[in-house]
Design a protein around this ligand. Structure first.
Ligand code: MEV
Length: 440
């Protein structure tokens, strides 16, 4: 049995790989070759990747695709998407093209407020705590000035600090609920540094507050951390057109198609099982752009799903309506993104993605990402209410199956042609592949 290892992080990369492959793989030499094959040939680039995280042994590649023809507020974008799932980029591109001659996507940032909290326990009089907070408020800000001064110079900083009584939910629990403007930075480091300083000042000043009893002075800070739930860092994206323009190439009339789209969205609004899958499709677009632009997709995911449940039931992030002959389809969702700092200035492909998008501000990136989500949802729901999802999916999946089967380029060509006319289910592909191989 493999023994635990001490000091793994201190080993060199090759030593880590030796230990790992020897202890956990059947063929260490083959595993080593595989890991090395994915190292970047450029040593500087590889070192950069090695240093993004700890204990790096190789790089894990995802395809980076492009969805062109996105008209957003009258500007054309080719959107980079990093994603492993087939058909997502194709669907985004299709939706972009669909809306290109219908005015494209219109977007708006509705707010940019970020949030962080100092969570603490306090045993004592609420009035004393309130007086203390009022007295200490300006010192909280002035003690953090070395952290905030650069952000303030650029027009951002701490917007507000509020004392919140949460004792109804948990005995003795209070918060400093703080709001921030972090401009083009996602702001995690800035916010967390401010919060930790607020906590330090808050505790220290409590010792000096004359109204506090000894028990009241013992404010117990539990943690200081940003919140990934940012309901006031909000973006909206929309498409609309006369119903008559919604030609779909299928048998339905435009009106029937528009009505089905609205019904599908309405179902996702009232039925959480459907809403989760509906929103998953939205996240296919959102995560792919968030990842390609070096942002934190887990933070974005967490915040968006919380927003989808903000009224007590998990619901659709998109909305659709038909009014006066106009079909309207829109999304409203929160997200905290950065276009400076973090990976955005380090990862070579992230830098390129930013360049492709015209070096967007965080606000512009919010709008692009929201559009990617809306487009993805439009494409998915459109397929669902017309041909069904499998037709497009299986065609896109065909190459993956053929690659798994080890098909040659020639075999791929023959079978891709064959499956233009036949449903490309997994078993049908395997059968056709075997037949073709055996016929030789
Ligand atoms: C698959 O990744 C996403 C969909 O299931 C989304 C949806 O059902 O709306 C197609």
């Amino acid at each position: 049995m493999t023994k635990p290892i001490e000091g793994f992080s201190k080993l060199t990369k090759n030593q880590k790989i030796d230990w790992l492959t020897t202890n956990y793989t059947a063929d260490p030499e083959a595993a080593k070759i595989l890991l090395e094959r994915y190292w970047n040939v450029n040593e500087d680039v590889q070192q950069l990747h090695d240093e993004f995280i700890e204990n790096t042994i190789t790089n894990y590649y995802l395809p980076l695709g492009i969805a062109p023809n996105f008209l957003i507020n009258d500007k054309l974008y080719a959107i980079p998407m990093a994603i492993e799932e087939s058909s997502v980029v194709a669907a985004a591109s299709k939706a972009a093209k669909f809306w290109l001659d219908k005015g494209g996507f219109k977007t708006e940032v509705l707010g940019t407020e970020k949030i962080g909290q100092v969570h603490f326990m306090y045993h004592g009089s609420k009035e004393h705590l309130t007086s203390f907070f009022e007295q200490v408020r300006s010192k909280l800000l002035s003690d953090a000035s070395s952290i905030t001064k650069n952000m303030e110079k650029r027009g951002g900083g701490v917007n507000n600090i509020e004392l919140r009584d949460k004792t109804d939910a948990l005995d003795n629990y209070y918060q400093l609920h703080c709001t921030f403007e972090t401009l083009d930075a996602m702001g995690a480091n800035f916010i967390n540094s401010c919060l930790e300083q607020f906590a330090k000042t808050f505790k220290a000043e409590a010792q000096l507050f004359s109204l506090f009893t000894e028990d009241e002075k013992a404010i117990e800070v539990v943690m200081s951390i940003l919140s990934n739930y940012v309901p006031n860092c909000l973006v909206r994206a929309e498409v609309s057109c006369p119903v008559t323009e919604l030609k779909n190439g299928n048998t339905e009339t435009s009106q029937e198609f528009a009505e089905k789209m609205v019904q599908a969205v309405n179902i996702a609004q009232v039925e959480p099982h459907r809403a989760v899958t509906h929103n998953k499709g939205i996240m296919n677009g959102i995560d792919a752009v968030v990842l390609a632009t070096g942002n934190d997709f887990r933070a974005v995911e967490a915040g968006i799903h919380a927003y989808a449940a903000k009224d007590g039931q998990y619901t659709s992030l998109t909305h659709a309506s038909i009014e006066n002959g106009i079909f309207r389809f829109w999304i409203e969702l929160p997200m905290a993104l950065g276009t400076i700092g973090g990976l955005t200035s380090l990862h070579p492909l992230v830098k390129l993605a930013m360049e492709l998008l015209g070096k967007p501000s965080a606000k512009e990136l919010m709008q692009i990402v929201a559009v990617a989500g809306l487009a993805q949802n439009f494409a998915a729901v459109r397929s669902l209410v017309t041909t069904g999802i499998q037709e497009g999916h299986m065609k896109m999946h065909l190459l993956n199956i053929l690659n798994q089967l080890g098909a040659t380029d020639e075999e791929k060509k023959i079978l891709t042609h064959h499956f233009k006319k036949h449903p490309a289910t997994h078993s049908a592909v395997v059968e056709a592949f075997e037949k073709l191989r055996n016929s030789k």
